[in-house]
Design a protein around this ligand. Structure first.
Ligand code: SF4
Length: 488
């Protein structure tokens, strides 16, 4: 990079939003090798949600560009706003939507305010700063101060609206953020990998960051170490996995005592996990059988749900029926996959009827699942349907959480215990590109929208989701089988 590393580059709203998520991401967005970027469904989901929210909100066809503003269109898209930051850098923003509001501007007795689509339940710092930047630049273009922005979000209860006032405090935050963003962008090397690695799962730079974190034994690679704990360990002089693995649990517990009880409890856990990761070997710490109740079974169900968290919808309940062959071995080749699709119109009571009728074909069968979602969903639906206490108790007894059993018996050399990580470590492969829950959700939303607008719906998105769900069931079985083999 030259003397003025930003050179002809602008400080854009995109960079600001990336920086709020992770300063390293903003740096990589500007200077990184774009060939290293990985596809993520997150951005596509955001755009999809934005389109849904805006369509439900504006109801009219929006005008385009500055001409639409001059003509006083009630909604405007496709506008580019430019300006100069207080520290002399060029700024640019492309607001997704402007809404006409009463007031004064160079175009007449009206003005505009920026509108943003809010994904998730709460407005984040990223939303607020992006809106504030759009407001600042819009003010220069329209010749009058923009005092507020609007966040819209389509939820299952309708369109939610939230006004954000551009207060002095927010203005100050924007200034400070732009300063910090600039100073991070002009660095020769990227800022450090974020300690809160949950953010990485939806980031397009996760490939290179994960490799670097793993190579350097980054503390955030240890399952159970988040941002705060990682900081505490650094303060104690523990900088990587090997150093943590070499620590005595009692010494670490003593040092962490002053930071709170929960850190003491976790000291042993994270040291043992670090040891397993440093040695790259799994460790069994509970010698009791993982699945004492499976031995006597002749048949099993494997269950996996696909859901849309924003709309509180569980749109696919996938079951795989598995039985033993005459030799007594579990016969995966003859396993039957049964997807139950729950359409939006279908009320929760109907969901329960569908599930109840399906489960009644397999009385007292054990149901394997990975994580808490499946039993929580079924039990919630069953309770609403007013089933008896005995029926509820029997239903609860059917579920076997593979994730829970794994965590109670084994430590694996992995930085997390998600189904994708564990099954992948065992050697299971998902066959479709971009196999992740977020893509299944994207396919579902696309299919639903086509159906809603009576477009000719393609069966491809549904086929993709069902194959993905079936492979999640198979992956759950792969983990179960691995655990069963260790029991033998
Ligand atoms: S993968 Fe993680 S550390 Fe890397 S840029 Fe993205 S959020 Fe930051």
């Amino acid at each position: 990079m030259g003397k003025n590393p930003l050179g002809k580059n602008l400080l854009t709203e995109r960079l600001l939003r990336s920086w709020v998520r992770c300063p390293r991401k903003a740096w990589l967005d500007l200077h990184g090798d774009s060939k290293q970027r990985l596809w993520t469904a997150h951005r596509a989901l955001q755009l999809d949600h934005q389109q849904n929210s805006f369509t439900a909100f504006i109801k009219v066809k929006p005008g385009k560009g500055i001409t639409a503003c001059e003509q006083g269109s009630s909604a405007v898209i496709g506008i580019r706003l430019k300006g100069i930051s207080h520290n002399g850098f060029k700024l640019e923003s492309h607001p997704s939507l402007l809404q006409k509001v009463p007031g004064e501007s160079c175009w007449g007795n009206f003005g505009y305010r920026p509108v943003i689509a809010r994904q998730g339940k709460r407005l984040t710092k990223e939303h607020k700063l992006a809106l504030a930047l759009e407001g600042l630049l819009l003010g220069h273009v329209q010749g009058s101060l923009v005092r507020e922005g609007l966040a819209v979000s389509k939820t299952k209860n309708g369109v939610e609206l939230e006004t954000i006032s551009f207060t002095k405090k927010l203005e100050k935050q924007l200034k400070e953020s732009l300063c910090k963003l600039t100073s991070d962008l002009i660095k020769e090397t990227p800022p450090p990998i974020t300690a809160d690695r949950r953010k990485c799962s939806i980031c397009s730079w996760r490939g290179i960051c994960n490799s670097e974190a793993s190579l350097n034994g980054h503390l955030s690679e240890v399952s159970g170490i988040g941002a705060r704990r990682s900081e505490l360990l650094h303060d104690l002089g523990i900088r990587n996995i090997s150093e943590l693995a070499a620590y005595k649990p009692t010494d670490l517990a003593r040092k962490l005592e002053s930071f709170g009880e929960q850190h003491v409890e976790i000291a042993q856990k994270i040291i043992f996990q670090a040891k397993v990761q440093a040695r790259n070997l799994p460790e069994r710490f509970d010698k009791n059988k993982v699945f004492p109740e499976i031995n006597g079974q002749e048949k099993l169900l494997i269950y996996d749900i696909e859901s849309d968290p924003d709309y509180g919808e569980n749109f696919l309940h996938g079951f795989m029926y598995l039985e033993r062959s005459s030799s007594g071995a579990w016969d995966l080749d003859s396993a039957k996959y049964q997807p139950l699709l729950v359409l939006e119109e279908c009320k929760e009571s109907n969901s329960w009827s569908i599930l109840k009728s399906h489960l009644s074909s397999y009385p007292n069968i054990k149901i394997l699942h990975y994580g808490e979602t499946e039993p929580l969903t079924v039990i919630r639906l069953a309770k609403k349907a007013d089933i008896t206490d005995l029926e509820l108790k029997n239903l609860k007894n059917c579920f076997i959480d593979i994730h829970d059993r794994l965590r109670k018996h084994w430590r694996l050399p992995l930085n997390n215990y998600s189904l994708k990580s564990v099954a992948g470590w065992i050697g299971f492969n998902w066959s479709q590109n971009g196999s992740e829950g977020a893509k299944a959700l994207l396919c579902w939303r696309q299919w639903k929208r086509e159906k809603l607008f009576n477009y000719k719906t393609s069966s491809k998105p549904l086929e993709w989701i069902q194959k993905y769900n079936k492979e999640d069931c198979l992956a759950t079985w792969a983990v179960t089988e691995w655990l069963l083999r260790q029991d033998e």
